[in-house]
Design a protein around this ligand. Structure first.
Ligand code: AVJ
Length: 320
């Protein structure tokens, strides 16, 4: 497995930078430590979190169509997945491709080492003929590594509405970085969560079971564990907010009182006013014109839109 960062320093630096911002901000990749991975898996199993089921349906219904697109001229290709996670949905494609004796290598990229090694172990059993090369890093580092890799045709996957963690300008920036590293004929499949009934979106991030709440709160626990912080969880409230106009869901941790928190490892303390927020996540929802604009501005052509039956979600295939 390729491991890029010294995670500890990266975490410390990111937290320090985030708390210096106004409003205070924590990067959303920080959610995914061992505890966070487990909570996210529980999120994906709850009925309110419609995204996973929708994309599962899309991949299941279109696996042969996608295979034909990816196979293209028949030459071997590298299937590079950003934010592979537990690979529950990608496995549909991997198994189907391998059953059809498709020539390809699978390169999953993820920030979580735990999730990657689980994925690798599971795939060794479920898709034994799979050629797999896991990369444990954040996306930006992975892009650099990949540019020095072999010269196979490339198909990039960015599924599960992971792109939603970027604001729209950041998403455009990210897609254009990938696009710049693509050769003519390379492809990119992105999963976008679409604008829909605002109450459905709100419920997906404000579930009655409190699972998303504990996902958000786990950030503070992680800082307590890794940076020797003394956040008291009962002094914060989980508050997600969906704005149907911009399509942006923002998640916050709201301070219930004026308080000081010490971060031992950073040798630093932070001050929070009563009702001050820490912004922890963006989950951007898209409409078709927004997606077409990304293609336009990044030099890519859209070849297919794939939808679930409710049109809640779309996997969009781009080509250079
Ligand atoms: C993994 C980024 C797609 O934003 O929907 C789920 C993460 N956050 N519930 C999302 C998440 C709160 C998720 N993504």
């Amino acid at each position: 497995m390729i491991i890029v960062d010294d995670h500890h320093t990266v975490v410390a630096r990111a937290v320090e930078e985030g708390f210096a911002k106004n409003p205070k901000r924590l990067p959303s990749w920080l959610f995914y430590d061992e505890a966070g991975d487990k909570i996210f898996q529980a999120i994906m199993r709850m009925p309110e979190y419609y995204l996973t089921g929708c994309e599962y349906e899309i991949l299941q219904m279109n696996k042969e169509r996608l295979r034909q697109r990816f196979v293209d001229d028949g030459s071997i290709f590298d299937l590079i997945e950003f934010g592979a996670g537990d690979g529950f949905k990608t496995e549909i494609l991997l198994r189907h491709f391998s059953d059809a004796s498709t020539l390809f290598n699978y390169l999953p990229v993820d920030v979580s080492a735990t999730v990657l090694s689980q994925l690798t172990k599971r795939l060794a059993l479920s898709v034994p003929s799979l050629a797999i090369q896991p990369i444990n890093s954040r996306y930006d580092d992975a892009i650099h590594i990949l540019q020095e890799e072999d010269k196979n045709r490339k198909v990039f996957l960015f599924l599960g509405a992971n792109i939603g963690n970027f604001t729209t300008p950041e998403a455009e920036q990210f897609v254009s970085t990938i696009s710049n590293g693509m050769e003519a004929g390379d492809q990119l499949l992105i999963g976008f969560d679409l604008k829909k009934d605002p109450r459905l979106v709100q419920a997906a991030y404000d579930d009655p079971h409190g699972i998303t709440r504990s996902f958000n709160m786990n950030l503070l626990l992680r800082l307590n564990r890794e940076l020797g912080a003394n956040f008291q969880l009962d002094q914060f409230k989980h508050y997600p907010y969906y704005d149907p106009e911009s399509g942006m869901t923002k998640s916050y941790l709201v301070s219930l009182r004026e308080q000081d928190v010490t971060l031992e490892v950073l040798n630093k303390s932070i001050h929070l006013n009563r009702w001050e927020v820490i912004h922890t996540e963006v989950s951007q929802k898209y409409d078709i014109p927004m997606i077409e604009k990304i293609a336009d501005r990044t030099g890519l052509e859209i070849t297919d839109f794939y939808y679930d039956c409710k049109h809640y979600f779309s996997d969009v295939l781009f080509r250079k």
